[in-house]
Design a protein around this ligand. Structure first.
Ligand SMILES: [Zn+2]
Length: 113
């Protein structure tokens, strides 16, 4: 099953990464490209790209994942619709329950003399 306690990787797998440009401290293997580094604010994943200086095209791209981000070889990989359903069941339900509790509380307050 999906680890509900490890939300950041889960959010990235469902919504996509939240990339921000980060300092680049590496040199591309081949000349003629500009190295670019991006880090995901949520999961800490790193994306390293080489941008062609004349074309602006992406010459190469690789990802570095923190421990625990990637699925193990024999681990179940949920489909996107399963991820969305789990999100609705857990996260949206939590929010709704929180709202209901808050509404009850304020209704009690309003009823108090
Ligand atoms: Zn991410």
């Amino acid at each position: 099953m999906w680890d509900s306690h490890n939300r950041s990787p889960r959010e990235c797998k469902l919504f996509g990464h939240a990339w921000f440009d980060a300092p680049t401290d590496w040199t591309p293997a081949l000349p003629g490209g500009t190295p670019m580094t991006f880090r995901c604010e949520r999961s800490g994943c790193v994306k390293k790209e080489v941008w062609g200086e004349r074309t602006g095209a992406i010459v190469s791209r690789r990802y570095e994942y923190p421990d625990g981000y990637r699925y193990e070889q024999d681990e179940y990989r949920p489909r996107r619709d399963e991820m969305r359903q789990a999100w609705i069941d857990e996260i949206i339900s939590e929010v709704r329950e929180g709202r209901r509790a808050a509404a009850k509380k304020s209704a009690k307050k309003a009823a108090a003399p």
